[in-house]
Design a protein around this ligand. Structure first.
Ligand code: NDP
Length: 434
């Protein structure tokens, strides 16, 4: 607590893991004696740097850049870059910490890291975004590399930003390597990467339902967010015959009782990705309700998919969801549910799938992008999709193995934490005191 004073998000993420992992460590002397938990919460390295750049008016702007290299026990650091004004060390340490467990769960050889800046591309011209990305990479390039640390996108970092970052790295280093994932398909990207987090989330939900002899058909789905994860989670739900009732952005949520269809979703993709508009425009065009300043958790539905940002679903929202008959909550975003909300889900035996398991599909396909780059080869869409489904199935199996409780109830949170922990801890033990 003292060493990380003021880092509330990081402390929250560590507490959540520690609560389930400590009892397991108590039972395993080798982890206890090697003080694995004390070591795993300390980043291997944190890089903080100045990012000066010129805006369109010719004025100097200064942002702060970060890269948290959390753990490399099972592979090169891997994790996204976030560009948003809320970015600070605490947020990135929480994300990097979550990332090491998530990457471990995928079964692929990837360590954990995260980075970004307090720069927000929203409202900036393409030219300004390029200038910023070039300045950011002019420092970051010396800390990353295909076998060292491989960043990807996250909030505020999509294919445009990855392109500018990659271009600058290539220019400085004079080499074309897989230093970033989320690249365009024509220049080293993987099929299915844009879809991977949202699709993977829905594959995970399908696994949960299958254990209950249920399917997604006609289920009512409540989704928050309308960015990358939310769009493709919604798409897969619709393709599976479910009814997507809501989507949101930082201003409010839309509610379509008939369900958003593929045509409406195509409109939203264009609106959010190309025009960078507000979700309220959908309500106007499709003549449905829009709730300004509200989150969608008050809507009645079977399954909730929080896909926007951290701490967006609170205790009162959790109680409302339970009261409305929701039986499954799966996190597309990282840490969207507060600890008090998770306690409600546990109390009422709601199936709660934490982000480190449920949203691991994105980084899994990033790992597959790294494999394809190393092979200098590209796999087909079907092949990558099949591998993604297989990985999500295996993560689910691991969660069941470590999270089984009385009456066949699965505590996915415990399952994911312990399932992710064991592999990293064993690798750290094998590599000595590093
Ligand atoms: P995007 O930037 O594409 O979309 C983010 C969405 O969340 C937007 O609709 C945005 O609204 C909304 N949002 C952002 N901040 C807030 C806030 N403070 N309050 C309310 N709404 C907010 O990001 P992604 O879809 O890529 O990421 C969403 C979440 O998923 C993040 O937690 C991310 O870490 C996580 N994640 C993403 C992965 C990926 O592959 N992209 C992989 C694994 C996890 P607005 O349009 O108004 O900004």
């Amino acid at each position: 607590q003292k060493r990380n004073a003021g880092e509330s998000e990081f402390l929250q993420a560590v507490t959540e893991v520690a609560e389930t992992v400590i009892p397991y460590i108590q039972d395993h002397k080798k982890y206890r004696e090697a003080r694995i938990l004390e070591r795993i919460v300390e980043p291997e390295r944190v890089i903080i740097f100045r990012v000066p750049w010129l805006n369109d008016r010719g004025e100097v702007e200064v942002n702060r850049g970060f890269r948290v290299q959390m753990n490399s026990a099972i592979g090169p650091y891997k994790g996204g870059l976030r560009f948003h004004e809320s970015v600070n060390l605490s947020v990135l340490k929480f994300l990097a910490f979550e990332q090491i467990f998530k990457n471990s769960l995928t079964g692929l050889p990837m360590g954990g890291g995260k980075g970004g800046s307090d720069f927000n591309p929203k409202g900036r011209s393409d030219h300004e975004v390029m200038k910023f990305c070039q300045s950011f990479m002019t420092e970051l390039y010396r800390h990353v590399g295909a076998d060292i640390d491989v960043p990807a996108g996250d909030i505020g970092v999509g294919s445009r930003e990855i392109g500018y970052l990659f271009g600058q790295y290539k220019r400085i280093k004079g080499e074309f390597t897989g230093v970033l994932t989320g690249k365009g398909y024509e220049w080293g990207g993987s099929q299915i990467r844009p879809e991977a987090t949202g699709y993977g989330l829905v594959y995970f939900v399908k696994e949960i339902l299958e254990r209950q002899k249920e399917t997604l058909k006609d289920k009512k789905i409540i989704i928050s967010g309308s960015g990358n994860v939310a769009q493709f989670a919604a798409e897969k739900c619709i393709l599976e015959g479910a009814k997507v009732l809501t989507l949101s952005d930082s201003n409010g949520y839309i509610y379509n009782p008939k369900g958003i269809d593929l045509e409406g979703l195509a409109y939203i993709k264009k609106l959010k990705n190309d025009e960078r508009g507000r979700i309220s425009a959908y309500a106007t065009k499709y003549n449905c309700d829009y709730f300004e300043g509200k989150t969608p958790w008050e809507v009645e539905g079977d399954i909730a998919l929080p896909n926007a940002t951290q701490n967006e679903l609170h205790k009162k929202d959790a109680l409302k969801l339970v009261q409305n008959g929701c039986f499954c909550v799966a996190e597309g975003a990282n840490m969207p549910c507060t600890p008090e909300a998770i306690a409600v889900f546990n109390q009422y035996k709601i199936y709660y799938a934490p982000g480190k398991a449920a949203n691991a599909g994105g980084v899994a396909v990033s790992g597959l992008e790294m494999s394809q780059n190393s092979l200098r080869y590209t796999w087909t869409r079907d092949k990558v999709d099949a591998k993604l489904q297989q990985i999500m199935r295996e993560i689910h199996t691991l969660c069941v193995k470590h999270g089984k409780e009385d009456h066949d109830y699965i505590n996915y949170e415990r399952g994911a934490n312990i399932g992710g922990f064991v592999k990293i801890a064993d690798a750290m033990l094998a590599q000595g005191l590093v």
